[in-house]
Ligand binder design. Structure first.
Ligand SMILES: [Cu+2]
Length: 615
């Protein structure tokens, strides 16, 4: 339960003798030594742990780290310090707990000097392959013809890439996965031809990618065939996988421009797949949300309706009846969509909270000016409330164009972006190097923690996503209208980084999923999953299973990204191996069909995830 619960420091209920000395008694199953910082509490049963159980009733303070049964909030030293202050006593009868040293705050590492093409869009297509999609421009990766590539399949193990040909311009397109794991890339921009690259128009394009492991797959498309086109031009289109498995394709502009205009607005939606004579459906909301309505954010809701956000506005929408259900209040503080781009995420779904859907929107820009400040505020809205309202919060620093990545422990990492300007070529400055992590379970005012900075500027056209191994893939940034290596404030960025969150740098063992997970699972199916927690003598196990989908990432928009906590019941135990009956999500409204990754966590430390298709 460490995952979704506030890991605020719990000071022991015990008011037993709190003296600690060098020769204090140790914790039984820790070789007679006091517990270490990573697993500070000596539990009732003599195991060291950082769980509520280990630090709760019966915990032996004397054998615990620093002589106190105190849970440690990984990566959040400020909360810890506050807690020490809060718990200093006035009567002088109890010693104040020693301050706990700061635990690591993650680390960035460059894993490749070249992604081959500028990473404007990414999609994790297999556990080891990232599809990286740019627009047509003079990238270093070259096709056999000698022309520059604008798509590569990046190998996450070798940190190498394979060039992929695509006929149409993918500039500022969208994407979504079908239930069988096939990726549909849709939309784009005008034809472009030069000495070094060529492409036909992609405004209406549909492209299909059937993932493979053997380097044989490529984009399937047929620009001349109306069946392979959307109903109209869609530049900056959003795509969301629906509970039915169809793709909901929304909005966009008829042409590429700095901000949408009445004359170019495409305020309609359509489905993929579609019959040939299909007509798109007009959505008044997409007119009312002008001009900041590009790359709207769309999430499915438990009742099958959609939540849609654009500009400052949001609406609950019924796809079947093609009607609005209701409008929600505007988020305070200004528009949060392109080009005043904020970060948007559906917080992880938890059965213990009746799968309530809460949306978090952070940052943006105060104006369409290169001198504008980024916004520092975030809004969070609980869609289960009778009368949903935005609860406002503040990030440690202002930011726009950040990526909101749901980490394996259910916290939200905000990284990349700028502190000044807005989205567009040469429009932002003052890059933000320091990521922050948001703990949805912490009390208001204590949710943000800053982590270690990168030293690479990643602003417009940068991306990030969680990998199956629990690290974060970080790439891209190109503020220039063409590839530039020099004589510009921010050259086109090809370096790829891996960010290791602090949950992978504790001394806790990573649990491992050791049983075979079926490639295809269905809703409410119970899977017997055996995990290996590697050690039983160090700490009390605290096990959580989560299922996540990464979706398609571009322009700070993580299309179809979501995570759900699974209901799991322990069925047997054999040494360090424990078997659980794990229930898949109850229905497709909570988790639409498609490719997913399942992690098990022990005391907040995630396993490597296993890929499965939920259908
Ligand atoms: Cu763009």
């Amino acid at each position: 339960m460490v995952l979704f619960r506030t890991i605020s420091l719990l000071v022991a209920a015990s008011v037993l003798s709190l003296t600690w000395t060098a020769d204090a008694a140790g914790c039984r199953y820790n070789n007679g030594l006091a517990c270490p910082m990573e697993t500070p509490c000596c539990s009732l049963h003599g195991h060291c742990g950082n769980s509520a159980l280990a630090c709760g009733a019966g915990c032996d303070a004397e054998a615990s780290f620093n002589g106190a049964c105190v849970r440690y909030n990984y990566g959040a030293p400020s909360a810890n310090n506050n807690n020490n202050d809060n718990n200093s006593n006035d009567n002088g009868t109890q010693p104040k707990p020693k301050p706990v040293p700061t635990l690591p705050k993650g680390s960035f590492k460059i894993v490749s000097n070249s992604s081959g093409v500028a990473a404007q869009h990414i999609a994790l297509v297999t556990p080891t392959k990232m599809l990286i999609i740019d627009k047509a421009e003079n990238n270093p990766a070259k096709l056999p013809s000698g022309k520059a590539a604008h798509v590569v399949e990046y190998d996450l193990i070798k940190n190498d890439y394979r060039v992929v040909d695509v006929a149409t311009n993918t500039f500022c397109s969208g994407g979504g996965f079908l239930p069988n794991g096939t990726l549909i890339s849709a939309g784009g921009a005008e034809s472009r031809n030069s000495r070094t690259f060529e492409t036909s128009a992609g405004f209406q394009s549909l492209r299909m990618w059937q993932p493979c492991d053997d380097g044989s797959c490529t984009f399937i498309e047929n620009p001349a065939d109306p069946a392979w086109q959307m109903t109209g031009n869609r530049w900056y289109v959003s795509i969301t996988t629906l509970p039915s498995g169809d793709l909901f394709v929304l909005g966009g502009s008829n042409e590429s421009l700095a901000i949408n205009r009445q004359a170019t607005n495409n305020p309609t939606w359509e489905l993929y797949p579609k019959p040939l004579d299909y007509k798109p459906v007009l959505m008044q909301f997409m007119i009312d949300a002008m001009p900041n309505n590009l790359y709207p954010n769309v999430y499915t809701l438990p009742d099958g309706n959609l939540y849609i956000f654009a500009n400052q506005k949001s609406v609950i929408y019924n796809v079947q009846t093609q009607q609005e259900v209701k409008r929600l209040p505007d988020i305070p503080g200004g528009p949060r969509s392109y080009p005043l781009t904020g970060s948007h995420v559906l917080l992880p779904l938890d059965p213990a909270k009746n799968y309530q859907h809460e949306i978090l929107v952070c940052g943006g820009s105060e104006a369409m000016s290169t001198r504008a400040n980024a916004l520092q505020s975030c809004g969070r809205i609980n869609l289960h409330a009778d009368d949903p309202q935005w609860e406002m919060d503040q990030m440690p620093t202002p930011r726009l164009m950040s990526d909101a990545v749901i980490l394996a422990d259910g916290k939200i990492m905000l990284l990349n972006g700028a502190q000044q300007g807005y989205a567009g070529f040469l429009r932002a400055s003052n890059p933000i190097y320091t990521p922050v992590v948001y703990d949805p379970e912490a009390p208001l005012g204590q949710r943000f923690t800053e982590w270690v900075p990168s030293n690479i500027a990643r602003m417009y056209h940068s991306v990030a996503t969680l990998l199956p191994d629990g690290t974060v893939f970080v790439a891209g940034s190109n503020q220039n209208s063409e590839v530039r290596y020099e004589n510009v404030p921010f050259p086109t960025e090809y370096r790829v980084e891996s960010f290791t969150p602090p949950y992978l740098t504790t001394d806790l063992d990573r649990p491992e999923i050791v049983s075979q997970i079926p490639e295809m699972v269905t809703y409410d199916q119970k899977l017997d999953i055996t995990i290996d927690i590697k050690a039983t003598d160090k700490y009390e196990p605290e096990i959580t299973f989560i299922l996540g989908r990464r979706g398609f990432v571009t322009h700070s928009t993580h299309m179809s990204q979501r995570m759900i906590k699974l209901v799991a019941t322990k069925s047997s135990e054999d040494g360090t191996k424990i078997t659980y009956s794990v229930a898949m999500p109850p229905n497709a409204n909570l988790m639409p069909p498609g490719p997913h990754y399942i992690h098990v966590l022990n005391n907040g430390v995630p396993s490597v995830a296993v890929h499965l298709l939920l259908n």
